[in-house]
Design a protein around this ligand. Sequence first.
Ligand SMILES: Cc1ncc(COP(=O)(O)O)c(C=O)c1O
Length: 458
Amino acid sequence: MGLATATGPGMLALDEQIARQEAVFLDRQPRSAELVQRARRSLAGGATSSWQIAQPQAVWLTHGRGSRVWDVDGTEYVDLHGGYGVSLVGHAHPAVVRAVQDRVVRGTHFAQPTEDAVVVAEELARRFGLPLWRFGNSGTEATMDAVHLMRAATGRDLVIKVEGCYHGHHDSVEVSVLPEAEEAGPADRPAAVPGNTGIPQAVVDLVAVVGFNDVEMVARVLREHPGQVAGMIVEPVMMNAGIIPPAPGYLAAVRDLLHADGALLTFDEVKTGLTVGPGGATRHYGVTPDIVCLAKALGGGVPVAAIGGTAEVMALVADGRYEQVGTFNGNPLSMAAARATLLEALTPAAYERVERLRDRMQRDVTAVLAEHGLPWEVVTIGAKGCISFLDRPVRNLRDFHAIDARLGHLHWLVQHNGGVFLPPWGKVEQWLLSVQHEEDDADRFVANVATFAALLRG
Ligand SMILES: Cc1ncc(COP(=O)(O)O)c(C=O)c1O
């Protein structure tokens, strides 16, 4: 039988494989099923975030340690889900546990700064090459402040955003997140599509949408709206549509175009920061934007976000022209966890270890795919990786649209049933290694890829 992505009998085979794997999945998780039923009576939709609702069922967990997590049915998994990009330190990293335990008995909240905040800011300044920092609690808060700051600094309202990039759930960036092919408009002039209900059209109208890796489109927006663009926000490596690296020169070119127009550039490094390398994509590609947003991995599993900027941009915060505020900003527990994460867990040696494992996984997954005649790319950077599920390079959202989402779903199911926990949106996001993963963790993943490939080949 041919590859199951073909039309006709192949497609039927793929649907059948999914149905079989979903049945196995449900069989393995009776206690999760009970909790879903119970939760539906008190938690809207039976989950604590809409993106925790998976098909065929959300997985409920009890605990994690090192590279592993356990579900409520007692099954152990290699965790490559990584809490949507958070668990770069793995679970219960000893340094983070020590820091949190030490802090928790001395009070966890004062709404006043503690010394740890300076240590974290100094370390981020060193890593990212931006001098001044502030803190928040989530990626959404960080990118919201970034958009506000770009507007405050320039006195302009229009923001350029890349289709397929996700920057959190505030109005200005909930535009063209993952628009369907039918609503996305022409590839050379993408439509601005609300990414959720409840987003006012007036806000959508303040967002100019461009394709990733397309410098000319940014130039055109700037030409068509002279003196009106506050800035551009972009994931320097797209990580919410598989993994799409920037084309050589792209990041520097858009920065230079924006600056020539008096507009600013924000790198949303909520996912890339720390996972791509110690100084994020900013250092990896050697392009320093005006603003960097961090969250996720920074807290080692405790909620925290950071926003860093040039002296010029952050002067607005320093002198009060822009009030960057929040009751929990610089929360002592978050700061203690971030300090331990940066200084004790994410050391140069830890990064080297992750990169060795990353390379091994890339080599082995590539070999398995080749062995089964599957013409897909294995894209990795830092601790992150994905199988493209497409027979040509993915450069932007339009290429990403061509991927059959069922392949990602089947892969997720096969990995899950084979003891590897991945994010449930198989096409959108795949694996994150941590500093605590070992070779046998990677080997289990690779063995499951072989099972998946064999199923597809029939
Ligand atoms: C690139 C990026 N920016 C921002 C966010 C929003 O972060 P949070 O969910 O912490 O608000 C996310 C979340 O997935 C993200 O991937």
